[in-house]
Design a protein around this ligand. Structure first.
Ligand code: ATP
Ligand code: MG
Length: 371
């Protein structure tokens, strides 16, 4: 905000909201304030009508003085509870509105847990069959007719221009979204037939936007494991070492037990990314998904973390996304995505020889690096 000189704009926005809030509060106060005089007035009116009738009856000797006084006293006693009755209206209305909002949230459908099939530890064979995906009301499909087979232990790199659908494709594997066309199979079983919990247990994921929790370093690395078993500190340390974080953690005031703040605020961008990688290392799952996992690192630590990741990829099915092509040259296969389709796939050498999209991307990056 400061950099763009947006103080006045933000202040204006805040003022508009505050003004609106003030108006609502005023209206509420006015309505609440009117409540009492109006009821008091109506009560007085009713009382006077009844007294008039009673007086007429008294004059006609139809009622005694005692009866009249008793009646009026009972009437007067009624006024106070009547007033309290009107006090209920305001909190009641407010409560109903709040309840409506809460119930809207409660009524959201639960994520379907689906088939109860358990895999134990998956071999890690992934198959995308004519997978298509469209976000909500988007006019264009984000993915279309994706055919991709990944054998157990194979490392497949996804490359392609920004917005070509790489992140969307990998998000389908842990079922953050379900494909709107086609299907995905793990070890020959459609994902929808697997228990969701079991499926997600098979996947370690380093996302493009690092997500960390306002908790200690150790709890972040072993995230999710706490519920099942105690945190294995030795394993946490091994994961941190592999992600080249040991030194960093040593420098923190309370080491492994240092709280890292909201989304790891107290760490640098590269340190946060390495912490996310350490979490994936800790999980030790048969499928590994890396979405721009080393993009925030300097060349030196990228090289080191890359070595750790390559070690980790051994024996695991890996989907790796990278813009920096040098990091994925050694992948078993490279699939090039373009506008939601697999434009070409093959090894680094094959794709260079084919002289298509990949060769073009590679030429541009190579030229920039040389320059
Ligand atoms: N939550 C969303 N809602 C609607 N459209 C989305 C959403 N997320 C992504 N898209 C659209 O889907 C397309 C693919 O996005 P995606 O994030 O998969 O690209 P990407 O290949 O990962 O790009 P990048 O290399 O920049 O990360 C884009 O055109 C984007 O506008
Ligand atoms: Mg992306």
């Amino acid at each position: 905000v400061k950099l763009h000189g947006g103080e006045a704009y933000e202040m204006g926005r805040f003022r508009t909201v505050a003004e609106r809030l003030k108006n609502y509060s005023m209206r509420m106060a006015v309505a609440g304030g009117l409540n009492q005089p109006v009821t008091a007035f109506l009560a007085a009116l009713a009382l006077s009508v009844i007294i008039t009738i009673a007086m007429v009856q008294a004059q006609a000797n139809q009622t005694t003085v005692g009866g009249f006084t008793g009646f009026v006293m009972a009437m007067l006693l009624l006024i106070s509870p009547l007033k309290h009755l009107t006090d209920i209206n305001q909190p009641l209305t407010r409560g109903i509105t709040a309840a409506e909002m809460i119930f809207r949230l409660i009524d959201e459908p639960i994520e379907p847990q689906d088939g109860g099939k358990m895999l134990g530890r998956a071999r890690g064979e992934l198959a995308f069959e004519q997978v298509g995906f469209r976000y909500g009301e988007a006019s264009r499909a984000a993915l279309e007719g994706i055919e991709l087979r990944v054998s157990p232990g194979e490392v497949v790199a996804l490359v392609g221009p920004s917005g070509s659908g790489k992140t969307t494709l990998v998000n389908l594997v842990p079922r953050f979204f379900d494909p709107t066309g086609g299907r995905i199979l793990l070890d020959g079983t459609p994902l929808t037939e697997l228990s969701l919990k079991d499926l997600r247990n098979q996947i370690a994921f380093v996302s493009q936007d690092v997500v960390l929790f306002n908790d200690t370093v150790a709890a972040n690395v072993a995230y999710g494991a706490q519920s099942d078993r105690e945190i294995d500190m030795a394993r946490v340390e091994r994961a941190l070492a592999a992600a080249y974080l040991t030194e960093t953690v040593k420098g923190l005031p309370e080491g492994l037990n240092t709280n890292i703040g909201d989304n790891g605020m107290k760490l640098s961008g590269g340190q946060r990314q390495r912490l996310a990688i350490a979490r994936a290392l800790y999980k030790n799952a048969p499928i590994l998904i890396l979405d721009e996992a080393t993009s925030a690192l300097d060349s030196e630590s990228e090289r080191q973390v890359q070595a750790a990741l390559e070690e980790l990829m051994k024996g695991r099915t890996t989907l790796v996304i990278a813009h920096r092509l040098s990091t994925i040259e050694n992948a078993d296969r490279i699939a090039v995505l373009d506008h939601g389709r697999v434009a070409e796939q093959g090894t680094h050498a094959q794709l260079l020889a084919a002289n298509g999209l990949y060769a073009g991307l590679h030429r541009i990056q190579f030229a920039t690096q040389q320059g």
